[in-house]
Design a protein around this ligand. Structure first.
Ligand code: NAI
Length: 249
């Protein structure tokens, strides 16, 4: 399928929450957007919303060995890959001493290793194209470390290092790499963690200068800015979109 002169973006985990808001913002602004996700019902709904400017592919990103073929397939079908947003992520809340090696590894595989693998394969396509833009969705957990959120905090901190290292190596070749570190944003992920626990939510909001949770669209606006020509001199940085979060929890 030809996408004409349109830019082509991949948004991982783009069938819900922050990823869906980013995919919609891109598609609404003429960027052909390929959403990767693993929930068939959510993917079908996302496909409807994206219309002619997008498509969805069902893939479990923790299956690392299939990622090169997946990126090859997308590149072949749509002709280029200009933008990558590594947004898919999972969380696990458990006291430190109870986290098993397998549980820790599961979070690291999705939140870090898959991000590395997809980025590597996409960069192989971007280099001969002369450039591109990559965004990793980090978290305030990278700045503060969150109690009982061990693998998640470790993975998001590593994402920030990955962002800087990739930017240092790749920016001179036209590939800008940045991160966005969201604070408390209303999505399925925080619904379970915060809305189910009013006391915890009140505590979290008490530590957020603006005093309320952000929307997925707040992150989407920042992502759209970062991939636009207006951000052409921005690389290797992490933008906090967290309502002025002072301490995490
Ligand atoms: P969400 O749970 O709605 O979205 C995560 C998406 O990733 C889901 O669609 C899920 O199906 C997909 N996903 C997870 N593992 C996958 C896998 N192995 N293969 C394919 N897809 C997979 O949650 P939300 O909040 O939209 O999270 C998006 C990103 O934002 C995550 O990286 C999260 O860590 C980050 N974030 C979210 C915050 C919040 O307050 N909601 C705060 C800070 C960071």
């Amino acid at each position: 399928m030809s996408t004409g002169n349109r830019k082509v973006a991949i948004v991982t985990g783009g069938a819900s929450g922050i990823g869906l808001a980013i995919a919609r913002k891109f598609a609404d602004n003429g960027i052909f957007t390929v959403v990767l996700g693993r929930d068939e019902n959510k993917l079908a709904a996302a496909r409807e919303l994206l219309g002619a400017n997008g498509t969805t592919i069902s893939y479990d990103l923790s299956q690392l060995s299939g990622i090169p073929a997946l990126i090859d397939q997308i590149h072949q079908e749509y002709g280029s890959i200009d933008i990558l947003v590594n947004n898919a992520g999972i969380n696990q809340k458990k006291p430190f001493t109870e986290v098993t090696d397998e549980e820790f590894q599961r979070v690291i595989t999705t939140n870090l290793t898959a991000v590395f693998s997809i980025s590597r394969e996409v960069v192989k396509k971007m280099l001969p194209q002369g450039g591109g833009s990559i965004i990793h969705i980090s978290s305030m957990a990278a700045y503060y470390g969150l109690p009982k959120v061990i693998g998640y905090s470790a993975s998001k901190t590593a994402i920030e290092g990955l962002t800087r290292a990739m930017a240092t190596e790749l920016s001179a070749q036209g590939i800008r790499v940045n991160a966005i570190a969201p604070g408390f944003i209303v999505t399925d992920m925080t619904d379970k963690a915060l809305n189910a626990d009013p006391e915890r939510k009140a505590k979290a909001m008490g530590r957020t200068a603006i005093g309320y949770m952000g929307k997925p669209e707040d992150i989407a606006e920042t992502a759209f800015f970062l991939v636009s020509p207006a951000a052409s001199y921005i690389t290797g940085t992490s933008i906090r979109v967290d309502g002025g979060n002072a301490t995490g929890f």
